[in-house]
Design a protein around this ligand. Structure first.
Ligand code: CA
Length: 225
């Protein structure tokens, strides 16, 4: 398992890299945002937001734009964290400094589990078709009426989870548990942000709100008739 540690402070990155190697990870350290963006592909990224050259947010966004690699963001204690913004940038989880190695390794393993085998819809084989909506889990391609729609990884996961069982109402807690990681998720606002974004990118009527329960996907061809 290869991990990229993006951290400018050697008093953190050196012992951290040693600890992670002892845990069996292959570790590469990038001391700047530019070095992080130039690094070879890895299995997971640990990204300090306070970098000397580029804003951590920008690095996160650029990494996410070109790869689905899991990203755990590291923030300093007391730093204002907008979880919704982090998710919008494509981060999978975050840890706050100072953190223990054991806690961090547990988080890393949880994120890797979630993004690999346990990804929502991982069991779905073949195309998922709900009226004009078509999802191909092998390529993660989404089309609506034949037009390709670009989604973020989480938007895709959420859409596939809803579409895998058309008509079924999915509860808010269930969606957050399956699509995100419940242990760091204090607010369910993120779910609404992602639903709103899917509605905007696809069609507003595609995802129906079931009041005080959750959401369900709607077969638009049935609605139109
Ligand atoms: Ca730093």
């Amino acid at each position: 398992m290869r991990i990229l540690v993006v951290e400018d402070d050697p008093s953190i990155s050196v012992p951290l890299a040693e600890g992670l190697r002892r845990e069996g990870f292959e570790v590469e350290v990038a001391p700047t945002g530019a070095a992080a963006l130039a690094a070879q592909p890895v299995d997971i990224v640990l990204l300090d937001l306070g970098l000397p050259d580029l804003e951590g947010n920008v690095v996160c966004q650029r990494m996410r734009a070109r790869s689905a690699v899991p990203i755990i963001v590291v923030t300093a204690r007391g730093e204002e964290i907008d979880r919704v913004v982090l998710l919008e940038l494509g981060a999978d989880d975050y840890v706050v400094k100072p953190f223990g190695l054991r806690e961090l390794v547990a988080r890393i393993r949880a994120v890797l589990r979630r993004t690999a085998g346990a990804a929502p819809g991982a069991a779905v084989v073949g195309e998922v078709v709900v009226g004009p909506l078509c999802i191909d889990p092998r390529t993660r391609a989404v089309t609506l009426d034949g037009a390709a729609i670009a989604l973020t990884p989480k938007e895709y996961d959420l859409l596939l989870f809803l579409a895998a069982d058309p008509g079924a109402v999915r509860g808010r807690d269930e969606l957050i548990r399956e699509v995100w990681d419940e242990h760091w998720w204090g607010s369910t606002k993120t779910l609404d942000v992602h639903v709103a974004s899917l509605r905007k990118k696809l069609r507003p009527e595609l995802i129906e709100t079931v009041r005080s329960v959750g959401y369900r996907i709607v077969d638009l061809s049935a609605v139109e008739q």
